[in-house]
Design a protein around this ligand. Structure first.
Ligand code: 13P
Length: 335
């Protein structure tokens, strides 16, 4: 087994998943201001260190994605990567520098961050990171995502993955097809399948070791402004069909983003995916909002109540972990 494959499996095996705590300062400011907390460096560290020192980190979280600010911070005399490593989880780092307007396109996005990446990766490795994340983002409409957006983002994801593997780390490849819009679930299925296939074409062309990659896709869902409702089984079956048809079998696992689903929706959908999964892919979570939302809301009103905030996070992490094993139920959710 290669070292990269070993790292990937350690992050996603045995009912563990990923805590995506890599919100950029811009995004974290939006999240904190939405609950009336000032977005200072100190407050960002205060909330995140509460999560990282929670009890269920140990059993439920295999990897934590950090932002540049956080990987350099210390808490009670230890670096954040040291705190994460002590829980048995692996520290990871977001390395893209954000999605910017794609030139020659009608308002689609290209993710930037390749310039100087080789040097930045060395620095992150020395700070303790063993995996990384790069997010490409696509919108669905009649003409989107365009071939231009699909091809250019796939190329960038593959260039990023090659540099990350060269640096001895596992790349998380995140092509996020956004939920925004009125599109149907079939549109989401077709466009997500096309996007993921193109990503793997580019990864294979650029000689990426697929055993040392984790895919972070969206689930197959109708647009958030579509008024059609689907059962969890329909969502899970379409998600599984999409991934089975577009992900090469060497890839060890898939860690979904939550993408604006509620905590319970993201948990229940993942659980059903695992109850129905007949493939050999591990299917787990790499959630940001669906792991943090309730804990953040509670903490914003009780910023000194560490154990109360941890209790909420511990429950969410446990529910996600049960879902990753296909053992979640409505009863344990309410317990
Ligand atoms: P959400 O689970 O909140 O969508 O965040 C996951 C993530 O890392 C997006 O890049």
């Amino acid at each position: 087994m290669s070292e990269l494959n070993r790292i990937a499996l350690k992050i996603i095996s045995s009912g563990k998943g990923i805590l995506a705590a890599d919100e950029s300062n811009g995004t974290m400011t939006k999240r904190l201001e939405s609950v009336n907390v000032k977005s200072s460096e100190e407050n960002r560290l205060k909330f995140r260190s509460i999560l990282f020192t929670s009890k269920n980190m140990m059993d439920c979280i295999g990897g934590v994605i950090l932002y540049d600010e956080t990987i350099r911070q210390t808490f009670e005399g230890k670096t954040i990567p040291e705190i994460i490593t002590q829980t048995g989880a692996i520290p990871g780092i977001k390395v893209d520098t954000g999605a910017k307007k794609l030139a020659k396109s009608e308002n689609e996005k290209i993710t930037e961050g390749l310039d100087g990446l080789r040097e930045r990766l060395k620095n992150y490795y020395n700070l303790g990171a063993r995996f990384t994340k790069w997010r490409a983002v696509y919108t669905i409409s009649d003409q989107f995502p365009s071939k231009l957006a699909v091809e250019t983002n796939a190329h960038a994801l593959a260039r990023y993955s090659a540099l990350v593997q060269e640096a001895g780390m596992v790349p998380i490849v995140e092509p996020e097809v956004l939920m925004d819009g009125k599109h149907s679930i079939e549109d989401c299925f077709n466009k997500t399948s096309e996007v993921i296939k193109k990503c793997f074409d580019a990864l294979i062309f650029q000689k990426i070791d697929l055993k040392g990659v984790i895919l972070k896709p969206n689930m197959i869902l109708p647009g958030s402004n579509s008024n059609k409702k689907y059962s969890t089984e329909e969502i899970a079956n379409l998600t599984l069909k999409c991934l089975m048809n577009s992900v090469p079998s060497e890839v060890p696992g898939i860690a979904f983003l939550s993408g604006g689903q509620t905590e319970t929706e993201a948990t229940k959908n993942l659980d059903t995916i695992n109850k129905l999964n007949k493939s050999k892919f591990i299917m787990t979570y790499s959630y940001g909002r669906a792991l943090q939302q309730s804990a953040l809301k509670y903490w914003s009103k009780n910023t000194n109540d560490v154990s109360g905030t941890q209790k909420i996070f511990n429950h969410r992490a446990k529910m996600c972990s049960m879902a990753a094993l296909g053992k979640w139920t409505e009863q344990i959710e309410k317990a």
